[in-house]
Design a protein around this ligand. Structure first.
Ligand SMILES: NC(=O)c1ccc[n+]([C@@H]2O[C@H](COP(=O)([O-])OP(=O)(O)OC[C@H]3O[C@@H](n4cnc5c(N)ncnc54)[C@H](OP(=O)(O)O)[C@@H]3O)[C@@H](O)[C@H]2O)c1
Length: 294
């Protein structure tokens, strides 16, 4: 069923070119220098976003992306580059502190992510867990006060959108039964690294739901209430650099699947823009093909 739904999306659904107007808005995109994050920014600049913050682990790659965005869209002043290494908690904290100075923050696209089959400790945990899950949610939580302030000052409902994946269905996370799930996932001898990316994407969806609950209902209109909308979504399977480090047999499988089914990087980028344009009905929900998918 999940395979049929995947093939249906890949072959028969093309997410529409976004048309939402982002005039006056400030948007943060992590992992912004390439892939679907970069393509989303191209759309956001076309759709009049006032400021797009490119959060990148390499400032020189960020500068290259900014130059390319300038020549593609004719807009340069709207792009700001900040260093952010999602593999380093101190970098995440520093970035979040810098964002506190923003006058207005409308949306955060938590897009930076990795795929690896190699077990490596980064920042005290296996690298996929650190980058895709732990530091992604650390950043989300550290940005909440800035988003709340924006909500109250500008009477807006700022968005947090997490780039998850429909491939979360590839695991049912047997590790959840362990007394300490993260301890088990961090055990190199027991780690099933072929599943690890899917585990990280399932955790993103589950933790996203939980964080949405804790943020409260964005429909409430009581005096002083802040209204943050959080959703997660799949961009579908798209051309990008994501699986460039996959091992040979897996790499061949990805290559074949890409040839047969993948969306272009630009089409993938549309789904990021759609996620931050969604309304209150998407709070705590997961989107597929730009629509809420229960
Ligand atoms: N492409 C797909 O088919 C697909 C499907 C489902 C979900 N996704 C998700 O979409 C998101 C974007 O991936 P993509 O497909 O566009 O892949 P990509 O081309 O590899 O782009 C990934 C981006 O994340 C950045 N990044 C990686 N590690 C980082 C770190 N430690 N700190 C800061 N930035 C870091 C990369 O920066 P560098 O250039 O410096 O490496 C790059 O800008 C990921 O979360 C991925 O899981 C993609």
């Amino acid at each position: 069923m999940a395979t049929l739904s995947f093939l249906h999306s890949q072959w028969f659904v093309e997410p529409p070119v976004p048309t939402h107007d982002f005039s006056g808005q400030t948007v943060i995109v992590t992992g912004a220098n390439r892939g679907i994050g970069y393509e989303a920014i191209r759309h956001l600049l076309r759709l009049n976003a006032a400021t797009v913050i490119l959060a990148v682990r390499s400032v020189s790659r960020g500068n290259e992306a900014a130059a390319a965005l300038h020549s593609a869209t004719g807009r340069s002043g709207a792009v700001k580059i900040y260093e952010l290494d999602m593999g380093n908690q101190e970098s995440v904290k520093k970035f979040a502190a810098q964002m506190e100075d923003l006058d207005r923050l409308d949306a955060v696209l938590l897009n930076a992510g990795i795929y690896t089959q190699d077990f490596e400790f980064v920042d005290g945990h296996e690298s996929t867990l650190t980058i895709n899950v732990i530091n992604t949610f650390l950043l989300a939580m550290l940005l909440v006060p800035t988003l709340r302030k924006s909500s109250q000052s500008w009477n807006i409902a700022p968005r947090i959108s997490i780039v998850a994946s429909d491939r979360h269905v590839m695991t049912n996370l047997p590790e959840w039964k362990a007394e300490n799930t993260f301890q088990l996932l961090n055990d190199e001898k027991k780690a099933k690294m072929n599943d690890r990316y899917y585990v990280s994407k399932l955790l993103q969806i589950l933790l996203g739901r939980e964080l949405a609950k804790r943020l409260g209902d964005p429909r409430r209109r009581s005096a002083g209430a802040s209204r943050i909308i959080l959703n997660s979504f799949t961009p579908g399977y798209c051309f990008s650099g994501l699986t460039e480090k996959a091992h040979s047999v897996t790499a061949f499988g990805f290559w074949l699947l890409k040839k047969a089914t993948a969306r272009s990087t630009e089409v993938g980028g549309r789904t990021l823009v759609a996620a931050i344009a969604k309304g209150e009905e998407s709070h705590g929900k997961y989107l597929n093909d730009c629509e809420v998918d229960e």
